[in-house]
Write a protein that binds this ligand. Structure first.
Ligand code: HEM
Ligand code: MG
Length: 278
């Protein structure tokens, strides 16, 4: 993907870039830089944890980027690379590019939180309308597993209803659960399975703060895909491992059920009216 943006604006934007994470200032992607459907990989490239041009992403680079920016342990970084490398169609490939992630139904899938389904148009650029659909279900300042799961289900339901090509296999479900819990992994509380909504919204998309940079972004449609350092976030101290990822995915999966436990029923009368079977 080539980003359609004006270099002059990008350099103006870069000039007021916010410095941290230390040694990794955010720099908007230029017109020849690749970006893809993953807001985190885009962010890592924007901060130069991964190559800023979005190319030649090797195992070592993934491990080191995930470790220094997100405190993932080495085996988690290695596993992520292993899952990603199918994106490069070359046999025995040793790298992938962010553009290669855009191919529909390889890793990119329908029902994304912030991107359109391929059937309707661009499947990898941040889409504010789609993200607004998701955010309807983010009903508190602190996002919990229920809110995140509700956003996921809503997006799938919308796709299933209106996209005649809607595809969502069980392996997509596993990836999707990982993606939906990812904001907790990056910015939230691993034990409580919660995350501050403001950090997540800032990271994904546009943020209305009184910065010249933000004004330029609004006018020229440059999205954040930036670590929310200016909101007080910093890389967590605890190391993240595969078990954390699996546990959080399971938490989202459990929260995705529309069946609840029974609540106290004040009267059985209504029930009787509705069914002769009781
Ligand atoms: C979505 C790839 C690591 C956060 C995606 C998608 C791809 C992808 C292809 C698009 C799926 C879709 O259609 O929605 C990768 C690869 C990774 C990686 C190859 C590592 C090598 C991460 C990490 C995080 C993350 C470490 C955060 C902790 C997300 C989120 C989404 C996503 C939140 C959902 C975006 C949406 O639904 O709009 N990723 N990802 N990813 N990824 Fe990643
Ligand atoms: Mg998608």
């Amino acid at each position: 993907m080539k980003l359609l943006s004006l270099p002059i604006v990008l350099s103006a934007s870069a000039a007021v870039a916010i410095e941290p994470p230390e040694g990794h200032p955010w720099l908007a992607p230029g017109p020849n830089d690749y970006r893809g459907p993953c807001p985190m990989l885009n962010t890592l490239s924007n901060h130069n944890f991964l190559p800023h041009d979005g190319r030649n992403i090797t195992k070592d680079k993934v491990i080191s980027a995930m470790s220094s920016a997100l405190n993932f342990n080495e085996s988690l970084g290695a596993l992520m690379f292993q899952m990603a490398i199918v994106a490069n169609p070359e046999p025995n490939a040793t790298f992938f590019t962010l553009e290669q992630l855009n191919v529909h139904n390889v890793l990119e899938h329908d029902g994304s939180l912030s991107r359109s389904d391929a059937f309707f148009g661009n499947n990898h650029i941040f889409n504010e309308t789609i993200f607004n659909e998701t955010k309807v279900y983010w009903t508190g300042e602190i996002l919990d597993a229920d809110m995140l799961a509700n956003g996921k289900i809503a997006r799938q339901l919308n796709s299933k209803a209106f996209n005649p090509n809607y595809t969502f296999t069980s392996s997509v479900e596993s990836f999707s659960l990982g993606e939906v819990s990812a904001p907790i992994v990056a910015f939230g509380d691993l034990q409580a399975a919660t995350v501050n909504r403001t950090l997540v919204e800032y990271f994904f998309g546009k943020f209305s703060a009184p910065h010249l940079e933000v004004v330029l972004e609004l006018i020229f449609y440059i999205v954040n895909e930036r670590f929310p350092t200016e909101l007080g976030w910093s890389t967590r101290n605890e190391v993240v491992n595969i078990d954390d990822i699996l546990r959080l995915s399971q938490t989202i999966s459990n929260a995705s059920s529309l069946i609840t436990a029974a609540k106290e029923v004040a009267s059985t009368r209504r029930r009787d009216l509705h069914s002769g079977l009781y």
